[in-house]
Design a protein around this ligand. Structure first.
Ligand code: G4P
Length: 194
């Protein structure tokens, strides 16, 4: 998605060899028009998959996932990282290990919002080692529902999450694939054009 790649180039900041800061439009402040076009791109990619629900993980996955769900006219469901007053029992849960934070987080979704006949589109902002996406696929599978696809806003293709998920047979659509952050941001498409 060209507009997204330009935005990353203009407003993103590589804060190390492997971490991209995109707080200006995705992870802190959010650009709603860009999110809408991201939603349109995901909706176009998965329109024929019979999606019944979009699933993401709080918090930064919610804005692209909401726009996608709005366009596909299906509910958005987000897994929570902390139990809330109203989310205590009857849960599907998964343990997600963050290599970035070096800790496990238990993510949960109420059993009442996922059914066997659901075809679920998983959306997330970043794909790095794939642990969040794998945790979400686990939750869908616990419900006996189907993962119809995985949509990622920014895939860091130099980490192995994308490869793992594709090897497991999931259809992964990433709107921007970054191959390196070492000397500025390098995108996969540019590498292929050379
Ligand atoms: P993984 O899920 O692919 O294995 O990723 P990892 O454990 O490395 O990532 C943990 C958190 O860091 C996730 O957000 C993920 O989206 C984010 N993240 C990973 N790589 C980058 C990066 O290069 N830049 C930025 N900005 N974020 C990255 P989270 O903790 O769930 O945060 P949030 O959704 O509450 O904002």
């Amino acid at each position: 998605m060209r507009e997204l790649m330009e935005k990353i180039r203009e407003e993103g900041e590589a804060i190390s060899d492997h971490v991209l800061k995109v707080d200006r439009f995705l992870n802190h402040q959010v650009d709603p028009e860009l999110m809408m076009r991201i939603g349109e791109n995901f909706a176009d990619a998965f329109r024929n998959e019979g999606i019944t629900k979009v699933l993401t993980l709080e918090s930064s996955g919610i804005s692209p996932a909401l726009m996608t769900a709005y366009i596909l006219k299906v509910p958005l469901l987000f897994a929570r990282k902390r139990k809330s007053l109203t989310l205590q029992n009857d849960l599907y849960t998964a343990n997600v290990y963050s290599f970035t934070k070096q800790e496990y987080t238990e993510i949960s979704v109420s059993r009442s919002f996922l059914q066997k006949d659901d075809r679920v589109l998983i959306i997330d902002d970043f794909l790095a080692n794939g642990q969040a996406a794998l945790g979400l696929t686990g939750i869908v599978q616990q419900a006996g529902a189907e993962v119809a696809g995985i949509g990622i806003v920014i895939e860091k293709a130099f980490q192995d999450g994308g490869e793992q998920l594709r090897r497991l047979g999931f259809r992964v659509v990433s709107l921007a694939r970054i191959t390196s952050l070492k000397e500025g941001v390098q995108f996969a498409e540019e590498v292929m054009c050379q």
